[in-house]
Design a protein around this ligand. Structure first.
Ligand SMILES: *Cc1c(COP(=O)(O)O)cnc(C)c1O
Length: 375
């Protein structure tokens, strides 16, 4: 079987080609390439979808994290707690702003930061917690918010992989990922659950004032043109990307359902393999499976990857090295052994193809191949 991909962006486009093409053409003919009406419309659509007071668009998910930290007023030397097992962007902006990353280990089941270790990590210089809704499932926000309130810390939700996931509070109330902490950030990188045809990002918040501040910072620190209140950045979502996102956001729930269907088929097909730990579903969140990430125990991960590759099945390792052991972050003084769960996950995790266009026979082939490796 050929043509199995981690993500099928072409197939996804083909299904809504007419709508996308006409939205694109309209944006091009309108020629308002920067901050065109499509951008405003998309901010509104994003706000309504997420039931949130404020949605601010920007150039990418990394910028969104940076703008969030600037809007929250984090100052050089302030400490920010961040999981040791995440995409580098989360940590990068902390370092770039002169803040100090305080790494924290993650949970082996849901891969989220281990909230049981938050209190011992917090010092009197700590100002915030960045939680990452990794692979498409929300972190335990009840637990994180309770500790944040006790120590008066800000909470940023990195929602780049979890747009559209729903958090279920202990009292049964629900809220979308990225709308629970002080501010949520997301990315519209093509392979994210809501992806455009290039780069894009956004911030979500229920705090209107904070949203206005983020908007100002993303626009060179100006509310009024050529009047700069604070040092800002230039971070814009392009009009053409917004035009695409206005179409695609209508399909986001459908896309999530398609991913969940693929995940369920993996769950069923791979359930018998003792050496493979399937993604654990948290009671407090829906899972929108930006990735279907398993753990291979008994040191077999790399040979499984090679075995599948030889059968034309791509897999990915998200992530092979924990952040505290990355060369660029050695100056913060962490060493091997500091975060044992993050370190062992990097040796065990493997992500199998999952996307909105998965064909049954393709997935059957993937499942059979995985089973045959373990037999
Ligand atoms: C993709 C991603 C980002 C960064 O998004 P970009 O748009 O590529 O800058 C940040 N955090 C996480 C967890 C991501 O997966």
């Amino acid at each position: 079987m050929n043509n199995i991909q981690m993500v099928d962006l072409k197939g996804q486009y083909q299904k809504i080609k007419n709508e996308i093409d006409s939205a694109l053409l309209k944006a091009v003919e309108g020629a308002a390439f920067i901050n065109g009406p499509e951008v405003k419309q998309f901010a509104e659509n994003l706000k309504q979808f997420n039931k949130v007071q404020s949605a601010v668009t920007c150039a990418n998910g990394t910028d969104a994290l940076q703008i969030a930290m600037m809007a929250l007023g984090f100052k050089p030397g302030d400490e920010v707690i961040v999981p040791a097992f995440t995409y580098i962007a989360t940590v990068e902006v902390i370092a770039l702003l002169g803040l100090i990353p305080l790494f924290i280990d993650v949970r082996a089941d849901t891969f989220e930061l281990d909230h049981a270790q938050l209190e011992k990590t917090i010092t009197d210089k700590t100002v915030g917690i960045v939680t990452v809704h990794l692979f498409g499932q929300c972190s335990n926000m009840d637990a994180i918010i309770a500790i944040a309130q006790k120590y008066k810390l800000a909470v940023i939700e990195d929602t780049a992989q979890a747009m559209g996931a729903e958090y279920i509070f202990r009292n049964g109330a629900k809220a979308f990922a990225g709308t629970i902490g002080n501010i949520g950030t997301t990315s519209f990188f093509p392979s994210k659950n809501l992806g455009c045809f290039g780069d894009g990002g956004a911030l979500l918040t229920q705090d209107i004032e904070l949203g206005e501040k983020a908007h100002m910072i993303a626009n060179h620190g100006q509310r009024k043109k050529y009047h700069h209140e604070s040092i800002g950045v230039n971070s814009r979502l392009d009009t053409v990307q917004a035009a695409i996102l206005n179409v695609k956001i209508k399909y986001l729930n459908e896309y999530s359902a398609a991913r969940q269907e693929v995940a369920q088929k993996y769950d069923e097909g791979l359930a018998e393999i003792e050496e493979l730990i399937l993604p654990v579903k948290a009671s407090y969140s829906t899972h929108v499976y930006n990735q279907y990430t398993c753990r291979v125990i008994n040191d077999n991960r790399d040979s499984l990857k090679t075995y599948l590759q030889d059968k034309g099945i791509p897999t990915m390792i998200y992530y092979p090295v924990p952040v505290h052991l990355q060369k660029a972050y050695q100056n913060y003084g962490y060493k091997e052994g500091d975060f044992p769960v993050a370190e062992s996950l990097c040796k065990e995790v493997i992500s199998f193809p999952i996307h909105t266009e998965m064909k049954a026979e393709m997935q059957d082939h993937i499942i059979e191949s995985i089973i045959s490796f373990f037999n």
